[in-house]
Structures are given as C-alpha cells and as structure tokens.
Design a binder for this molecule. Structure first.
Ligand code: MG
Length: 414
C-alpha cells in the first residue's frame, strides 16, 4: 500500500476520479501548497516584430502571471476572452489540466493550431509565471530543472539585401555583440531575376544570387560563427532541392523551410538529397503537428515557436519527442524579453537544445527598455534567472509605446 500525505492510494477502487483528485490536493496542504483562484484574464497587444499579445492572469491572492504569444496573435484577445469561462475560479497551479480543458473544448473551433493555439499559448505561459511566483521557484525548476545556466542565442539579421553597406554594418554589430550564430533570409520577392511574383520556382540567376549572399556573409563572419539561412517555406520542391545542394560547401548550421513545412514528403525528399541540414517548425503546432515529421525523419533540426506552438510544457514535450529521434531543438523566437526569457526557461530544461532565435535587431531601443530588468542577452547568451516565475517584468511605459492602436491595455472585461 502506497501512502501519500495520509491518503491511502491502495483504496483507489472506492474513489471516483474527481474525488481522488480533490483528496490528493487536500492531502498535500501540509507541504504549503498555495491556495489560489483565478479572478480575471486580461490582454494587451503590441506590434514590434509582427503582433504580440500579452496576457495577464489575476488571482485572489494578488499574484499576477504574465505570458506572451506572437504572429498568429491578431484576434487572440477575443479568443482569450472566450477562455475566461474555463479559467476564472480555477486553481492556476493545475497548468496542464487547464490547458487541456481549453484545448479540448475548442476542437470544433480551430484548437488544432493557428490563432486558437496561439491564444492558448499566451495563457499557458502566464499560468507558468503565476505558478512559479506562487511557489517561489523559477519556471525552469517547474519544468524539471536545468541542464545549463546559459542559453545560447542567435541573431536573426532581418530581411536585408546582405550586399549593402547597411547590412555589413549590421553584421559588424552582430559580431561585436558576441553572438556565436546568425541567420539571413534568402527568399526575396523583389529579386529582379524572378520572372513571376507568384510562382516560387527559382531560376538559376535567383539561385546564383542566393549563393552570392551566402558566400558574402561567410566571407565576413568568423569561421567559428554558425550561419543559418531561411527560405520561409515559399519555394517549390525542385528549387528547395537545388538550393540545399549548391549550399553544401558552406556547411550551414541549417537551411530553414526550403519548401512549405506541411509538405512532409517534399521535406523528406530534399533531406535525402543533400548534406545541408534542413530545419522546420515555426508554423507547426503542438506535439501532434510534429509526429509525422519525426516518424518520417523529415527534418535534421526542429524550430517550434514557443509563443505559438502551445506553450512551455508543450514545447518541452516536442523537445523530448525530438530527443528520441536525435533531432536538436532550436526554437523560433520573435518576441519581447518576456517571451524570450520564457523560451530560455524551456531551452535550459531540455538536453537537446541547440540555439534559440532573437529577432529584435531592428527594434533595439524597444528591446532594451521593454522589461524592468533591461538587456537580458549578454555576449550572445541569456542566463536563466533564479527569480520566481519567468523572472522578468514588463516596463509598462516602454511597452505602451508599441501598443496596437485601439486595442485594450489590460483593461478589465475586455
Ligand atoms: Mg523562419
């Protein structure tokens, strides 16, 4: 017979599941489990690198949890309002149960991905922040503890023609900041070599332009700096295959989404045709979205967006699945220091972490002032904080400067 806090689990047969759950919660009170109830959920929306929705979850104890979701965040404020019914009055420490309840209650309303999952993601991250604050522990501790103190960050240089002097200045800045990896975008709708703005079959001149860009950047960054290239899932399979092949001599860290990531067989085909590592995932949602990618071995590296894919626990589950296939985890990340630190907690708590994106190079003033803690990236790394919760707090004045006009700012009932 197994005893836990005075509860005899050997007598399971006499309990219904809800009663058992209640009994376990009651029995754990000697260990000072905080008793909290959610009283409100509010949002604010900003636009920096695309739209971000910030979520705050309020409790009867006065503690507030904050989360952030991105990209598919437009429209998520209304969805989060609709989640209030499933949250207000609930114990916020049951993070995964609340998440599952909201997910399953939305299966006929798009809970398989997109805006619904993105909205749920912001809520989930706020629940973890709240749980950490309630328990006095950093979020990485709640995710199972850390494998590393510092999380390696790469700089996405943004959508630039890399041959311009401005771009060269930017790359100099990236080097001076101590980043050990960077990324450029190879897709360029304005490439004059293109015959058609809609069709994404690249001709040889367009592919030569891509090679020239890669050659140029490789020539001005240190040999030790990792270099990744993104095609944003725009091109077709023959193009993806050709580009992966011609870039082989550059030993890229990865080639990102040469074809739309939902075409898993095309990814497999490209992957088998080249030694260039193929990376996918920023628009793939939750563990179910990754299953076939793993089973068919369609990617060398995966890059879930932790502010979209379902949240911190979901990202960790995806990372653990990828670990079982020897696939490194290199999350997409285009959010404020709040979301970036949330991602860092996940990256610290998994064995197969490779590198995490940072994408606010074109918004440095906003980046540095967005949280009260200031700059959180030092020499290309984030040290995960030991403060309770996520460990960073919004600087309201700075964040408000990038508020999306005519949207609520954490007003009640909105
Ligand atoms: Mg990308």
């Amino acid at each position: 017979m197994l005893k836990h806090g005075g509860l005899a689990l050997g007598s399971l047969g006499t309990f219904s599941l809800p009663a058992l759950s209640q009994a376990i919660q009651a029995s754990s009170s000697p260990f000072k489990r905080p008793r909290l109830k959610i009283t409100d959920v509010r949002t604010a929306q900003v636009s920096v690198h695309g739209p971000q929705t910030h979520v705050r979850i309020y409790t009867d104890a006065g503690l507030i949890g904050q989360g952030e979701s991105t990209d598919a965040a437009v429209g998520s404020a209304a969805l989060i309002r609709s989640f209030r019914r499933g949250l207000v009055g609930q114990d916020p420490l049951n993070v995964e149960a609340l998440w599952e309840r909201i997910r399953t209650s939305g299966v006929f309303a798009g809970a398989q991905g997109g805006q619904y999952t993105t909205a749920l993601t912001g809520v989930e991250i706020a629940l973890w922040d709240l749980a950490g604050k309630a328990l006095g522990l950093p979020v990485y501790q709640l995710l199972g503890g850390k494998f590393r103190d510092k999380v390696r960050i790469y700089c996405d240089s943004g959508r630039d023609d890399v041959l311009t002097p401005e771009s060269e200045k930017k790359i100099d800045w990236i080097k001076s900041q101590g980043f050990t990896a960077m990324k450029v975008d190879l897709d360029d709708a304005a490439d004059p070599n293109r015959f058609d703005r809609v069709n994404w079959t690249a001709n040889n001149a367009e592919i030569d332009r891509m090679v020239k860009w890669v050659e140029h950047v490789k020539g001005i960054i240190p040999a030790s700096m990792d270099f990744a290239c993104d095609m944003h899932g725009r091109y077709d399979a023959p193009t993806g295959k050709k580009v992966a092949k011609v870039l082989e001599p550059f030993r890229l860290l990865w080639l990102e989404e040469p074809v739309p990531p939902e075409d898993i067989d095309a990814l497999v085909d490209i992957r088998h045709s080249t030694t260039t590592p193929i990376c996918v995932g920023e628009n793939i949602y939750m563990r179910w979205g990754y299953k076939e990618i793993f089973e068919k071995r369609a990617a060398d590296i995966i890059m879930p967006d932790i502010q979209k894919t379902g949240g911190l626990a979901e990202a960790k589950k995806i990372a653990d699945m990828s670990h079982a296939y020897e696939i490194p985890f290199a999350p997409h990340c285009v959010v404020s220091p709040i979301g970036q630190m949330a991602s860092a907690h996940v990256c610290a708590s998994i064995p197969n972490f490779l590198v995490c994106e940072w994408h606010w190079i074109d918004n440095l003033d906003t980046w540095k002032s967005f949280v009260q803690e200031g700059e959180i990236i030092q020499k290309g790394y984030i040290t995960v904080t030991d403060k309770p919760g996520l460990g960073v707090e919004m600087n309201e004045e700075a964040a408000k400067k990038v508020q999306i006009p005519n949207t609520p700012w954490f007003e009640p009932g909105m």
